[in-house]
Ligand binder design. Sequence first.
Ligand code: SF4
Ligand code: SF4
Length: 413
Amino acid sequence: MITPQMKIDPDRCMKCGFCMSVCPVYHVDHIENHVARGRNVLLRMVRDNELTIEDDYRECLYSCLLCRRCDAVCPANLSPADITLEARNDVVEKKGMSWIQKIIYWGILNRRSLVARFVGLAGLIPGLSSKGGRPLHHLADMASFIPGVLSLPRMSLRPLRKRVSMVTSPPPDVKERGQVAFFPGCIFEFFLPDVGEDTVNSLAKAGFSVVFPEGLNCCGLSVHNAGDFKTSCLLASRNIEALEPYDHVITGCATCGSALKDYHKWFREGDPMAEKAREFSKKVSDFSEFLVKNGFNGGSADHCPTTVTYHDPCHLRLHQGVYLEPREILNSIEGIKYLEMDNADACCGLGGSFSIAHREVSLGIQDKKMESLKKSGAQAVVTSCPGCMLYLAHGIRRYKLPMKVMHISRLTR
Ligand code: SF4
Ligand code: SF4
């Protein structure tokens, strides 16, 4: 039997190279130290004091998207993504984080109300706010503030919390089937509130009373992926407490969903939060997963593109195993024709801060996605992750493709 400890033991790597055949990073940069097989060798060298934790080693640890493609193919049943995460945590514990990471993770993401105030103020600066309720339109117009660095989406003047009620009830002609709590995540909350509203309204239209709970924080995934497990567990604890009264927690963000469903893995054995987190994770569903499970029955999508394709977010397909449900929804909506693109499950290249720290590789991954989108001939690409939406929109603008980017909830609202 493979124990959790065995899954993160780099000594068990057989050097077969299966991970290299699926790794989007290796397919672009061809550097073996940037893929699981090479990284495992470095980890063993550090453990055996043959290598120090210096910049090159760190660079190799952070050259991974944590997409989990290698987890799925590894014949040794290793989890190279978890091995990498543990190694990042080890570096953070021994060497600390950079000042910029401290500002972002401790100063910003750890302080939700401060973020809300900052975004509110920034939204007042002309050129930074998205007026006219068309944030998706503006996504393709992202401004690059620093040359060579990922450009930022425009901020919303009113965060999602100020746009939706504490409780959104089903429309009068729809019978109520139960109550769900909505987890918005930072991008819906501050940058794409229109999409957040679509998600809430779709759930209400499906017969659910949607609660927007107080006291929610960032899901903590970017902090966790950076290796700062202490801060990510703090954020997870706050979210678990805030969502304790609810039986169902739904998110329209694939990244947040993967974090919430994984909270039970974040806490070490013996931590008093571990059991609570295990129970909590069972309550979490992705938006399309929840709709299909509850008998989504199609409907029509007026004023929408007639041909659509779907991009699988890594955090939904590979982390949560959800990929049939969004297609089921798209195939059941009257008035649209679903076109499956080649390599629909290929990464968009974002990978959180990976797209900033490894700009060239990230764009190389994006190039492949854009070729698939172009070949699909669809008028819109639909997806289930606001992060993917931002990066797909960035690529579509770069490639000048005649295509929109949409969250799946735009078609179900
Ligand atoms: S697929 Fe697994 S066993 Fe094979 S080289 Fe990669 S990490 Fe090692
Ligand atoms: S998690 Fe993804 S990016 Fe990282 S080594 Fe595995 S396949 Fe490559």
